[in-house]
Design a protein around this ligand. Structure first.
Ligand SMILES: Nc1ncnc2c1ncn2[C@@H]1O[C@H](COP(=O)(O)OP(=O)(O)OP(=O)(O)O)[C@@H](O)[C@H]1O
Length: 498
């Protein structure tokens, strides 16, 4: 397929920064060579023919050698956008361009909105387009990296989460409205605080209003304030959150819950900075940056008619989508360490098995759920390490239902009855059967007599027999029988014709 439109180039060629590194990834060798050649007089070009190879190369060379990546969207295995997204986790500071045909245009636009790619180029393009896009992406990356160097992310655990914020570093200091999307408990408020702490408003107030917690009747008064006597219970004048946030940031959490009766007034405030306290004719003015958050799909709410379209457009300026915890389980260990420090002052540690159980869960309540689980475990665990039995019942239950115990993922280093009893308490009823079977199989493999196995496990022989019968497992064969069988088998294999 032709990659360049025509012969180069009507576009003014700019002088590039001396020899910066570009990583090119395309599964078609001819195209790879053509692009590499067209760039080689300006950049150091590295090439890879698939995403996996590109990631290896990037990990080896690092961001000091590679400043921008260009990847074709259509590649077998990992797509271009997938590759760029994984490259972003490794080195968020590197600029990322996706090459796309017209049919994948939507995917390319979406990748930009989700910050997986920094720019896209529609095929066929000419050399001028390519050079301009590279220079633009490199320039933006320089600005972002400058912002990243100045970014403080205190209290935020998890390299994936920090990379997410770093990839949005340039918007922290803007006054534009930000809409943070994400499931409940993913850390949206933490992101809002990070935006505020890294803006020129950092010395001014950060004021949050949690819309889901407010009754409709009090909403307007809470947001804009009220005069004494404005309604029953308004015993004195009160400033609203907008007023408290003057010069700083107003964080509107669960913005989708704002009652329709207040949405119009909020829109007016967004557009002009003007508002009126309840029961007061005077118009106030406040300069605040708006950061809103929601776990709901506002676009769908607009279609249903429960959210004003004009307010939606006003909010939908810069959109950050915070990934769910199950999509970034690589952050889990660091989060656990942070919460152990918070709730036990670092006195408690987590056992390997407990960490494995935590890794197997999907966290519908995200980081908040994990935090509560560790807080509870710290309270329950009096001595020693936190084990699986200190974790929340729903996490253990899930582990019991989904973890294949037979595949050796869950090992019992000490094959004793006491260990079996302890393990029984850890997992749900549903998993006990699997657990017993695993226990018995490992025990049978280790001992060649039921007497020795029962003695080691600290259980009565009759009980071990009953367990074996229940699971339809055969008792171990004495070693003399085993060796006779082995001898028979080997003689058969020496002379297969017999
Ligand atoms: N990356 C993180 N590092 C440390 N703590 C975190 C992180 N993400 C979330 N938390 C903690 O998890 C809890 C929930 O976070 P937060 O309130 O910001 O979530 P949210 O998405 O705003 O939730 P909701 O949608 O319910 O309002 C908080 O205690 C917060 O401190």
């Amino acid at each position: 397929m032709a990659i360049f439109k025509t012969k180069p180039t009507s576009i003014r060629e700019t002088r590039a920064t001396p020899r910066r590194g570009i990583l090119l990834v395309d599964d078609e060798p001819d195209i790879l060579d053509a692009i590499a050649e067209s760039l080689s007089d300006r950049y150091r070009v590295e090439t890879a023919t698939c995403g996996e190879e590109g990631l290896d190369l990037l990990a080896r060379l690092g961001a000091s050698e590679i400043q921008a990546i260009i990847a074709d969207q259509r590649m077998p295995g990992m797509s271009g956008v997938e590759f760029l997204d994984r490259a972003r986790c490794l080195y968020p500071e590197v600029g990322r361009i996706v090459l796309t045909g017209y049919t994948d245009f939507q995917a390319a636009v979406q990748s930009i909105n989700q910050c997986k790619a920094s720019a896209f180029l529609l095929k066929p393009f000419d050399r001028g387009d390519l050079l301009n896009t590279i220079e633009k992406v490199l320039h933006e990356a320089d600005l972002r990296n400058q912002a990243v160097r100045n970014l403080t992310l205190k209290g935020i655990a998890g390299s994936r989460m920090r990379a997410f914020l770093q990839s949005h570093a340039t918007i922290t200091d803007s006054d534009a409205t930000v809409l943070i999307q994400g499931e409940t408990g993913t850390g949206k408020e933490l992101v809002a605080r990070a935006l505020h702490d890294n803006s020129h408003r950092a010395g001014k107030p950060f004021v949050a209003i949690h819309c889901a917690a407010l009754p409709e009747t009090l909403f307007e008064a809470e947001l804009f304030g009220h005069r004494q006597g404005a309604f029953t219970g308004a015993h004195r004048d009160r400033k609203g959150r907008v007023n408290q946030a003057r010069g700083g940031t107003l964080f509107i959490d669960e913005v989708g819950e704002i009652p329709p009766s207040v949405q119009g007034k909020l829109l007016r405030f967004f557009q002009s900075g003007e508002y009126q306290r309840v029961g007061c004719d005077m118009v106030g003015h406040a300069d605040v940056r708006i950061v809103a958050a929601t776990h709901r799909n506002l676009r769908e709410m607009v279609e249903e008619g429960s959210f004003r379209q004009d307010l939606y457009y006003r909010l939908n300026v810069l959109v950050l989508s915070v990934p769910a915890l199950r999509e970034r389980l690589g952050d889990l260990q660091e989060l656990v360490e942070m919460f152990l420090m918070k709730y036990s002052k670092g006195a408690k540690t987590l056992s390997r098995q407990a960490l494995m159980v935590l890794h197997g869960y999907d966290y519908p309540g995200n980081v908040r759920q994990l935090e509560h689980c560790i807080q509870r475990a710290c309270a329950l665990c009096q001595i020693g390490e936190i084990g699986p039995h200190h974790l929340s019942p729903e996490i253990l239950e899930h582990f019991g239902r989904h973890q294949p115990l037979d595949d050796g993922a869950y090992r019992f280093e000490e094959l004793t009855n006491a260990e079996l009893k302890a393990a029984r308490a850890l997992v749900s009823k549903h998993a006990v059967e699997k657990l017993e079977r695993t226990f018995l199989k490992q025990l049978m493999a280790r001992f060649d007599s039921i007497v020795a196995a029962a003695r080691h496990a600290g259980m009565a022989r009759a009980y071990l027999h009953r367990l074996l019968t229940k699971h339809q497992l055969r008792p171990p064969k004495p070693s003399s029988e085993r060796s006779t069988e082995q001898a028979r088998a080997s003689s058969r294999s020496i002379n297969p014709t017999k």
